[in-house]
Write a protein that binds this ligand. Structure first.
Ligand SMILES: [Zn+2]
Length: 181
């Protein structure tokens, strides 16, 4: 659905992989985008391990990436974050505990250590993308009420981007919210 330039004020950071099907090779573009399709998910952007940014859905359209959830500082927008946000998926894998949604802990050890977490190139790309989005959408402020993790919108239901994501790489604190709370 098209939306106005005032509408978008939040960036939601996610992780994604095809680790369920292939723990040894969890970052295959085609397999990941197929996972999106079969799950009814459509983020605006996908950033691969090398920091290449893929545009999947135009920013001017709402996309299906956030689902149901709630932010304590805007309870009136419960379950409607897709309408106000841009979704960015980073190819990445969280902790064993976070990944239990997808794979049993017994298979977590099959994943190469270098495939866990996020890469320096991804942080560079994400920084660039967020700075660009902040220019295009003035309501996106560079703070932790406007740049959030999926796990902060849907705690208990979602674990991405999780503990391995380093918010300081974006110049932001680790915890969502702000001084006004
Ligand atoms: Zn997510």
């Amino acid at each position: 659905m098209p939306r106005s330039s005032l509408a978008v004020d939040t960036v939601v950071v996610h992780f994604c992989s095809n680790v369920v099907a292939d723990p040894k090779s969890p970052y295959r573009f085609d397999a990941i985008t197929q996972t999106f399709r079969s799950g009814g998910v459509a983020p605006h952007y996908l950033i691969d391990r090398e920091g290449t940014i893929f545009l999947l859905v135009d920013e001017a359209r709402a996309a299906y990436h956030a689902g149901k959830g709630r932010l304590p500082w805007s309870p009136h927008r419960e379950n409607t974050l897709n309408d106000f946000s841009i979704g960015v998926e980073l190819m990445g894998i969280g902790t064993a505990e976070e990944m239990e949604l997808f794979i049993p802990a017994s298979r977590y050890g099959d994943i190469a250590v270098s495939d866990l977490g996020f890469t320096p190139a991804q942080y560079v790309a994400l920084n660039r993308l967020i700075r660009d989005m902040e220019k295009r959408w003035p309501s996106i402020r560079h703070d932790r009420r406007h740049i959030i993790g999926h796990d902060e919108y849907a705690p208990g239901r979602r674990t991405d981007p999780g503990k391995l994501f380093d918010w300081s790489q974006l110049g932001l604190p680790a915890t969502a919210g702000g001084q006004n709370e």
